[in-house]
Design a binder for this molecule. Structure first.
Ligand code: SF4
Length: 325
């Protein structure tokens, strides 16, 4: 196992949280995933990521991706973070992940061209009441104009108060520097619910909230489709609900996770035969006036297994295989 140099058994402290880093995988020029656990939660592992955009050096664009829950109660069929849900992370525990990763690059937080803090690792952020307060506190703690936030959600139903508070916090401190992303993954409601097996907002609900959330100067709200081969992706259905002045479309590969493989998923972006229909739908979306981004990412991330939940799985397997002292 690889323990990060300079940390060993030390605990990284942030407010009331003590984060002990157990394991690291990846490489600094692609992404490094850290597995840790917090004091008082033995055996409850989380991941945070020191990441890059393949197109930019870290000094120009840097991505810190943090977990919001231990495991995830949603259990998406394509994600290794689902299952073994052990509760929500608190404000200090989320802040600790940000500042731990930042501590790996002293001084860079203030000086890099753009730092994006993603609430997009383990956990469904909209199911954790501490997330809006964390976003608010981050603005106070790092008020630099180069710092952005990004949050990805499946849009769980019954969380209207959370979404209202989240909007208030964005308006108060992050207008113009916050990227909201809905993980949609299919334009067919039944398929969305099968892939992301919690009670979800309908596409119409997502559209109504996105229109309210989006304000002057804000980035467009992103509808993300990590399309599995055969998943519905209908341009006309998107246009039926979503205003291209408010929403942008992003296609990403379906990550090669263990659960995804077991469920027989293959990403459509690497399946030439069925890709043609996706390309036609993208063309139609362009004609409707949407920004459409196809974000393939850095293939080396797949090779190093840096997709959500994989590092915790790998750590736990190595731990089980290690001979008892
Ligand atoms: S994709 Fe997100 S919401 Fe779904 S199981 Fe993974 S962490 Fe949870």
């Amino acid at each position: 196992m690889t323990t990060p140099s300079g940390f060993g058994a030390e605990t990284f402290r942030c407010g009331s949280a003590g984060l002990k880093i157990l394991f690291r995988q990846g490489r600094p020029d692609v992404a490094e995933v850290y597995v840790g656990e917090f004091e008082g939660r033995p055996g409850a592992r989380l991941e945070c990521v020191d990441g890059l955009d393949a197109a930019w050096p870290r000094r120009d664009k840097w991505i810190i991706n943090i977990s919001t829950q231990i495991g995830c109660p949603v259990g998406c069929l394509f994600c290794d973070a689902g299952g073994d849900y052990r509760g929500d992370l608190g404000v200090d525990e989320m802040m600790a992940q940000v500042f731990f990763v930042a501590s790996r690059h002293p001084g860079l937080m203030e000086t890099c061209g753009k730092l994006k803090i993603h609430f997009a690792r383990m956990g469904e952020p909209a199911l954790n009441d501490a997330v809006p307060e964390t976003i608010r506190r981050l603005r106070e703690a790092i008020p630099h104009p180069n710092v952005w936030c990004c949050l990805a959600t499946t849009a769980p139903a019954g969380r209207e108060a959370w979404f209202e508070r989240f909007w208030e916090v964005k308006e108060a401190g992050w207008r113009g520097r916050f990227q909201l992303q809905f993980s949609v993954n299919s334009t067919a409601e039944a398929e969305r619910h099968r892939l992301m097996p919690v009670r979800l907002w309908s596409l119409g609900d997502v559209a109504r909230y996105g229109e309210r959330w989006y304000g002057q100067g804000d980035r467009r709200v992103v509808l993300n489709f990590a399309l599995a081969e055969g998943a519905a992706f209908e341009a006309d259905r998107i246009r039926e609900y979503f205003d291209p002045a408010v929403f942008a479309i992003k296609l990403t590969p379906l990550n090669p996770t263990r659960r995804g493989r077991e469920a027989g998923f293959r990403t459509i972006l690497r399946a030439a035969r069925s890709r043609a229909a996706t390309d036609r739908a993208c063309e139609r979306l362009h004609q409707f006036g949407y920004d459409v981004v196809i974000s393939i990412g850095d293939g080396r991330e797949d090779q190093i297994g840096s997709n959500c939940g994989q590092a915790v799985l790998r750590y736990q397997e190595e731990e089980e295989d290690s001979p008892a002292p």
